[in-house]
Ligand binder design. Sequence first.
Ligand code: NAP
Length: 278
Amino acid sequence: MGKKLDGKKIAEKYREDIKILINNKLNLGYNPPCLANILVGNDGGSVYYVNNQNKLCEKLGIKVKSIHLEENVSQAELLEIIEKLNEDVEVQGIILQLPLPKHINEDYVTEKISYEKDIDGLSTISTGKFYKGEKCFIPCTPKGIIELIKSSNIELEGKNAVVIGRSNIVGKPIAQLLLNENATVTICHSKTKDLKKICNKADILVAAIGKPGFVTADYVKENAVVIDVGTTMIDGKIQGDVIYNEVIEKAAFVTPVPGGVGAMTTTMLLKNLCEGLK
Ligand code: NAP
């Protein structure tokens, strides 16, 4: 029987550090940090994520400008809001919750967030710097996964890591961060052949698919570390990609959903906001 990789508990330690950082800045006469988050429509996972952000900001003393737009908002209106937030001197970080409705060009709009406020590191400039190993905001979910693994004293160097999913927001950047830690990385996707066989070789298995219950115990090698990134809202309940109860019988560590990666993601977002570009 493996252990739960408790993102909630580990995130708590990072939150204490963020609080100290904010207090130090306030004592020096700075204003509290300010986050702007934009949500378009009512995607279940996104609403859940933004609500968590807002609650956590309140807890840590971070100011939030939370903008919730109708599903049918035009691209031009959204761009105007982003432009205003770029110019707003009070705002240090902007997060545009993805996915956006189909009529909005996600890549085009994301690009309009100023690089200095792009705390989720999704713009082309941030992405270029990230893959070149230059100073930039590291995308929050992958950053949270690495911090979760490292603070649990799990060794990555020389390990076989398999990532299921190749999105720009999770799959590709987590693969890069695992590579930076000297793991040997395989990226899988919907066209991968013999997926189960590949996963069975993974010391570290990251599931970022968005298909609840996809990863069963027979995908998992004995004593593997299994990271469940999936968050799909079903009947008001958040569901991961991994069947936790089954997989924990075989793996060494598994992240639960909720209380795993998601808890770390929000915390990393606020860490990026408060630390600025390092
Ligand atoms: P995405 O853009 O939809 O990517 C999903 C990936 O899964 C794609 O690369 C897709 O392959 C792959 N895939 C789909 N079906 C597959 C199959 N049968 N076998 C192998 N691969 C398959 O999703 P995303 O944005 O990366 O997010 C993934 C999940 O993580 C979602 O549930 C999302 O809500 C969640 N998420 C959670 C957090 C958090 O903080 N916890 C943050 C971000 C996202 P193709 O490329 O071939 O289509």
